[in-house]
Every structure is written in C-alpha cells, then in structure tokens.
Design a binder for this molecule. Structure first.
Ligand code: ZN
Length: 161
C-alpha cells in the first residue's frame, strides 16, 4: 500500500535545525499518526510522503517557505500590559496560547517587558528555520468514513471518543 489522499499514515520522525539540534522527535514517544491529504502536516513534508510505502525511510530538508513560513517582523508588536492577567508577573521568554484573526491556535512569546508595554512575537517558533527531517513510514491504512468526516484519526495515536 502507498500513501495517497485519505490514507492514515503512522510514522516516526526526528526534526533537526541547521546546527543539528533536535527540535522534535517521536523517539521514545508515540509515533505520529495523521490523515494524508488533509493539510495536517507542513506542505513540504506531506508532498514528500506522497506515494511512499510502509517501511520506507528518507531524509529531507524543508525550507521555511514549505515549512512554517518566513519570519514576519510585523508580527512582533508592543501591546499594553493591561492585556495580560494582573495576578501573575509577565516576563520575557514566557509563551501564551492565543488565536489569530481566523481563530487558529498560535503561540505568542514575550520578548521584552517594560512598565507599560509588553513586546510580543507571534511568529511560529519554527518560522524562518530550515527543517531537517528524518522520517520512517511504519504503517498505512485507509481512513474510515468517520475519520474523514471528523478530519482526524480515531484509535491509537488519535482521538478516543
Ligand atoms: Zn472524531
């Protein structure tokens, strides 16, 4: 069986940056399980997986344009300190979960704090980063109609409901 649209793919991966530091890995953790062709992965990785078979492994370097995008300095903005909860101190390096204008989850990182304002960076943490993936395809199966309707995988590695 090959990876085509609407198959459920189980894979192991290790992601490194240009310096060889590991940014993310499934090693010692659950493998990644996703529905192919539903934009669940970054475009460059999903395209490379197309047509691969169970047991295949490969390495690929994905530029930011095919990954998490280039850094956008317009996403580094200063906001009033009032916008943050007053019951806990705001400090540089802290990250907050938020939403963009379309309601998608984003992470906002505090880069600088003064008396009145907080400078935050809403770029994806991996924006502007070359992504070096080592991938091993473990399993491929057809997605069920329920999974396609929900847009996510059910069972091991997916939603239990
Ligand atoms: Zn579901």
């Amino acid at each position: 069986m090959q990876i085509v649209k609407d198959t459920v793919v189980t894979l192991d991966f290790t992601l490194k940056d240009d310096s060889g530091s590991i940014l993310d890995t499934t090693e010692g953790d659950q493998p990644l399980v996703y529905i192919h062709g539903s934009n669940n992965l970054i475009p460059g990785l999903e395209r490379e997986l197309e047509g691969k078979s169970s047991g295949d492994s490969f390495e690929i370097t994905i530029p930011p344009t095919e990954g998490y995008g280039e850094r956008d300095e317009k996403k580094v903005i200063s906001v009033s300190k009032d916008m943050f909860p007053s019951d806990q101190p705001v400090s540089a390096g802290t990250s907050y979960e938020s939403e963009d204008n379309e309601g998608n989850p984003i992470t906002i990182k505090v880069v600088e704090v003064n008396d009145k304002e907080v400078k935050v960076d809403a770029n994806h943490p991996l924006a502007g980063v070359n992504l070096h993936f080592a991938v091993a395809v473990k399993d491929i199966r057809d997605a069920t109609s329920d999974e396609l309707a929900h847009g996510h995988v059910h069972g091991p590695g997916g939603h239990e409901h």
